[in-house]
Design a protein around this ligand. Sequence first.
Ligand code: SF4
Length: 412
Amino acid sequence: MRLGDSRSPPSGLAPKRRESASPTRGEATGVCGTTEPTICDPDPALLLAWYDRHRRKLPWRARGSERADPYRVWLSEIMLQQTRVNAVLPYYAKFLARWPSVGALAAAPLEEVLKVWAGLGYYARARNLHACARALIERHGGEFPHEESELQTLPGIGAYTAAAIAAIAFGRRATPVDGNVERVIARLFRVETRLPAAKDEIRRLARTLTPDIRPGDFAQAMMDLGATICTPVSPGCALCPWMADCGARAAGDPQDFPRREAKRVTKLRRGAAFFVLRPDRGILVRARPARGLLGGMTELPTTEWSEDFEESRALLEAPLSSSRKCWRRVPGLVMHVFTHFPLELVVYATQVRLDTPPPPGMRFVPLDRLHEEALPNVMRKVVALAARELGNAALSASPSRRAALRARRRSE
Ligand code: SF4
């Protein structure tokens, strides 16, 4: 049965205990609840019935008897990694309008894809999206393979995404386990092992629940349950279709699951960014190296980002060294958190003459066209901080005008 059949009743799955579903479930956690030796046995049919009534209406989901489009499923799953649905919606619409098929996306230049992706974060996803579209054209004639193992050979498609595409688009009995599903499973079975070590155990338990029919709907139902009912804080257990079978609810401690290892403390990195403005409102930018963090994205020139950054030496790395005396420290700081470290940037701004050539590897971009660049969020913050300062007369005056003002004051 396909995803598009989600309106159909979950025939073949009567809403009652399945005898042979998961003989090892109780072993995983010992018991369901704290004292009673009851094996948890959440019934997939109850969840599917709940999904048929309460599923989220999302633009990438098939409606009525439609078949799920693997391209849309893939695009949405890549965008949703580490990103909230509301943030994804406008990007998904933009991508689909511009590149409605794998072929269209594969034919686009990577720079264009990065530009449209700019602001969504985790930019390796955009590069992989583009590489995957090209691999699909070259190796699979533009069609998605149906099996998880084949899907996982494509750029940017890991175990989770492969399982999501296989289940949702092709009706395979696959079990995508994301953060929402991890939380639901950890609570249902009161998984005592801490994440990330618990991942394998949670995946195994999740697989025991996946039914043979409607696996795509089941996968999406698990995602919806985690996103709307079994939320990280204050889960709505009274509304949950698995309320009666949930170990954590029985024990009264859902919020204690999933158990997690204490987070490693990541060290703050610091640096300086340089905002160079021409009288025609051109801003100096450059491209980051193709590989590594924010690879290929546009940025304002910066110093290195390091734990031992010394602000007193920041201007030694400024572009356009001849204008060093004209730099002005913009009040405030830019704070940004990457996956592996937090970053703090100070911003220096200056205005240069119209005929100032850009240093090698850099270029001027009109301020009002900066939104067309693949500008990552951290650089948007830098521009916003400096642009606030643009309202300040001291910055908006050119160096020569400031000199004229000083000369006039001296003569008064
Ligand atoms: S009963 Fe509560 S804790 Fe258990 S799965 Fe449902 S919402 Fe989550």
